[in-house]
Design a protein around this ligand. Structure first.
Ligand SMILES: C[S@@+](CC[C@H](N)C(=O)[O-])C[C@H]1O[C@@H](n2cnc3c(N)ncnc32)[C@H](O)[C@@H]1O
Ligand code: SF4
Length: 377
């Protein structure tokens, strides 16, 4: 296992399914048996940790504990803070571990933000998406703008000092002014971090079946350029394609993914990645909550083949604006840089990547798909 591993914990339920969402989330029908889900997570952890700790090098990598935990969903904030606390007590964590939870405005978590903090969660990611009620309605969200503003205020009052706001852009019928209004409204709440995702229409979603009218390319380009300028001017520096942070409040959990680090995946549909000798393994849990809870200790393992590694590494590392050092490629994949030297030199000659770092140029970032194609075997 590589150093600084993280843990991802998935909560697969939401109040209702949003029409653009292809995450493993299921609309709540009745009350979820929260204790049963916790028991499943604990059994899942017990089983995966037994195989992880069976290897001496993993024990070494975990000597000072997991560096990050991410409670994602779905809607983890539908769950009682006591449940998060019980799971966190079982995980060996570094003393300064970053522990994030996604929180949806308009869910029942409002009253107990301080309890989440007490449970050991020290970073909140609040799913605002937009600050226009008409837009939120088109996105099928259960909350309105006032609820987002209230959620951020309550999180701050509870003592959270590391808050992310998720926004999307390129939304149905969105103008440049609408997009900048959303950003300005988020910035006015002074979060440490803003994630600003371009809406993508994912297969098998409601939006794929009944596509909404999206802004034309010219408007999208304007939104992207002006939005980046606004964020930078307000002190949010872009460190990944969609991630912006003030005062270096980068999301350590995601940086670990983008640096091709290791992580354990717990919960329905969760993925994990564990490097070992000689192979890198991907883990996956059953997606359906019913199946997962029926057999929480069942984990599928898949070996990442050597020929897949360059593309997998680049798909992550090149999302980072500064990329990584070239030696990170060797440290995480076990492959020598010479394996990709030829493609890399050609991309350097085309002005798409840098010569001395595993990083794109500005041009390469704009044409990332073209860059990545060079690593498809
Ligand atoms: C795991 S998701 C959902 C978190 C939380 N349940 C919520 O909806 O607020 C994390 C973020 O991905 C973004 N996202 C989800 N679907 C997307 C899509 N189709 N295109 C772009 N961004 C998307 C949203 O900003 C969302 O907050
Ligand atoms: S609340 Fe979040 S995870 Fe749930 S359906 Fe909507 S976008 Fe997906």
């Amino acid at each position: 296992m590589l150093n600084n591993p993280g843990v991802y914990v998935h909560f697969p339920w939401c109040i209702k399914k949003c029409p653009y969402c292809d995450f493993n989330s299921h609309p709540l029908k009745d009350d979820v048996d929260q204790q049963r889900y916790l028991d499943s997570l604990l059994e899942d952890w017990q089983d995966q940790s037994a195989s992880i700790f069976a290897h001496a090098d993993n024990q070494k990598a975990l000597e000072s504990g997991f560096k990050t935990v991410f409670f994602g969903g779905g809607t983890p904030s539908l769950f009682r803070p006591q449940l998060m606390a019980k799971l966190l007590q079982k995980l060996p964590l570094a003393t300064d571990a970053e522990v994030t939870m996604e929180a949806n405005p308009g869910t029942q978590e409002y009253t107990n933000f301080e309890h989440y903090l007490g449970a050991g969660i020290n970073r909140l990611s609040i799913g605002a998406q937009s600050f226009q009620n008409s837009q939120l309605a088109k996105l099928g969200r259960v909350h309105n703008c006032d609820e987002t503003v209230a959620a951020v205020a309550k999180a701050k009052a509870a003592g959270f000092t590391n808050i992310n706001i998720d926004l999307m852009w390129g939304l149905p019928g969105q103008t440049l002014e609408d997009a900048l209004f959303d950003l300005t409204s988020a910035i006015a709440l002074s979060p440490q971090h803003i994630s600003w995702y371009q809406l993508t229409i994912e297969a098998k979603t409601e939006f794929a079946k009944r596509p909404p009218l999206l802004p034309i390319d010219g408007i999208l380009a304007e939104i992207e350029n002006k939005g980046n300028e606004l964020l930078e001017a307000e002190g949010y520096s872009r460190y990944e394609i969609s991630a912006y942070a003030r005062d270096s409040a980068y999301c350590q959990h995601n940086i670990n993914y983008w640096s091709f680090g290791d992580y354990v995946g717990l919960g329905a549909g969760a993925h994990g990645k564990i490097s070992g000798r000689p192979n890198i393994l991907r883990t996956q849990k059953a997606s359906q909550p019913r199946l997962y809870q029926g057999e929480p200790a069942k984990t599928s393992y898949q070996t990442v083949l050597d020929e897949q590694l360059p593309l997998e590494f680049m798909m992550n590392a090149l999302r980072l604006i500064d990329g990584t050092e070239q030696q990170t490629f060797t440290q995480t994949t076990g492959l020598a840089w010479q394996n990709i030297e030829k493609q890399w030199s050609e991309l350097v000659a085309q002005g798409l990547v840098k010569a001395d770092r595993c990083s794109t140029t500005e041009l390469g970032l704009r044409y990332l798909d073209t860059v990545l194609e060079r690593f498809v075997n």
